[in-house]
Design a protein around this ligand. Structure first.
Ligand code: PMP
Length: 415
């Protein structure tokens, strides 16, 4: 991630890019839509919608098991996406890309498969205070079953991990480090290279929750040397119900399957069943084929702009929005790390986030309010929730100006 420090010359027409997203062209509550909830789910460009429609219209068949042409065609289209994901994150092998239903499913897979095999009484799993529930609860559940314990890296007032505490927590008892790459609440980009290096010095595997990192920057899993990496298609201009678990081949090879059923087997008898090869060992049952095919086109779409250019544009918008919001009287930004992705959480003096979010919605401005699936982080800051504007490359300065105007109106409304 270059956090906007390098200047890449681009001739991208951002208005034209915005016009690729039909959802953004509409009015909501009689006002033009400013969609600033991209952290929850991003919108789909027309090419992705068209590809999914075409698949359903002309190409649908089940994958991997049909001899007939339609099934083979569907299999090819579905497997093409795996090649694109491999290239996107620079995994070494295609079979290191496991299709899941999303980040949550990916983390559950590792917790259940790797965790059940390796964790025992007294072992420790390191998470942090800024985790999404998806990177807390699966570990808690597996810890309860195996006798392992969760250890938590605290967060400072700026919303950064307290690295000294991380180093103190690492020990011979640590069997997994599972941390968020980019915080969905604070925007903090964590120092994952340093985190991974320190864990590997003790032979501890690292899982990163990349749900908010892959959509905003070029991620290279070989460069990071990360062991497991999880993300979701619907946060990167793709459909819901589809996601990725990257895992190093040598780790995935020795992990038992997580779910049983069709496709994940080699030979089934009542006495004994043997497993299919990677990646299918972890992909039981009929998968979300249309979503996978569509996600392949989402990756193509992002690549035509370029992840570095997307990151640079989002950093520009982040800086613009931060400056504007900082100037609003009675507004407090939660998460002020110097290394941030385009997520801004904030509070308004004396106005509950839900009330403010409701008024903004009436103005056609979509922001998220609440705990953002990070209740322990809310407890850390001693707040019930925040408002959150999460910015994508297809947003513009006008969306941010409208947000600021909407906030001023909200303040007037509540007197
Ligand atoms: N981790 C982070 C950081 C997230 O932002 C999200 C989505 N809000 C998730 C995990 C869960 O993703 P999904 O619901 O797609 O499984």
């Amino acid at each position: 991630m270059n956090q906007g420090n390098e200047h890449i010359q681009t001739s991208i027409n951002w208005d034209e890019i915005r016009s690729h997203f039909p959802v953004l062209q509409q009015h909501v509550n009689g006002k033009p839509l400013s969609y600033l909830d991209n952290g929850a789910s991003s919108e789909l460009p027309q090419v992705v919608i068209d590809r999914i429609n075409a698949y359903h219209t002309n190409e649908h068949a089940n994958v991997h098991r049909g001899i007939h042409s339609l099934s083979q065609h569907a299999t090819d289209a579905y497997e093409q996406a795996r090649k694109k994901v491999r290239a996107l994150i620079n995994a070494r092998y295609e079979e290191e890309i496991i299709y899941t239903t999303g980040t949550t499913d990916s983390i559950n897979l590792v917790a259940n498969s790797y965790g059940r095999k390796h964790f025992k009484e007294g072992d420790e799993i390191i998470v942090s205070e800024m985790e999404h529930h998806a990177n807390i609860v699966p570990w808690q559940m597996i810890a309860e079953q195996t006798g392992a314990l969760l250890k938590v890296v605290p967060v400072d007032d700026q919303g950064e991990l307290i690295m000294d505490e991380y180093y103190k927590l690492l020990s011979d008892r640590t069997k997994m480090v599972a941390l968020i790459h980019v915080s969905n609440v604070l925007g903090t980009i964590n120092p994952v290279e340093e985190i991974i290096e320190a864990a590997h010095a003790r032979n501890i595997p690292v899982l990163l929750d990349g749900a908010q990192a892959v959509p905003h920057s070029a991620v290279d899993v070989q460069n990071l040397d990360v062991d497991f990496y999880a993300f979701s298609a619907h946060k990167m201009c793709g459909p819901t119900g589809f996601g990725i678990l990257y895992g190093k081949k040598e780790l995935l090879d020795e992990m038992p399957p997580y779910r049983g059923g069709g496709d994940m087997i080699d030979k089934v008898t009542f006495e004994k069943t043997t497993w299919n090869d990677l990646p299918h060992k972890f992909e039981a049952g009929t998968p979300p084929i249309a979503a996978g095919v569509g996600f392949g086109v989402s990756i193509d779409y992002l690549n035509t702009i370029g992840m570095e250019i997307i990151e640079q544009r989002e950093q520009e918008l982040l800086q613009y929005a931060t400056k504007k919001l900082e100037a609003v009287d009675g507004l407090q930004i939660i998460g002020t790390s110097s290394k941030k992705a385009s997520v801004i959480s904030f509070l308004l003096d004396g106005i509950h986030p839900t009330d403010a979010g409701t008024i903004l919605d009436k103005e056609g401005i979509a922001v998220r309010t609440g705990h953002h699936c990070a209740q322990p982080l809310m407890d850390r800051f001693n707040i019930p929730g925040t408002l959150r504007a999460s910015i994508s490359f297809y947003n513009n300065e006008d969306d941010i100006d409208r947000l600021v105007k909407g906030i001023e109106y909200t303040k007037e409304f509540f007197g």
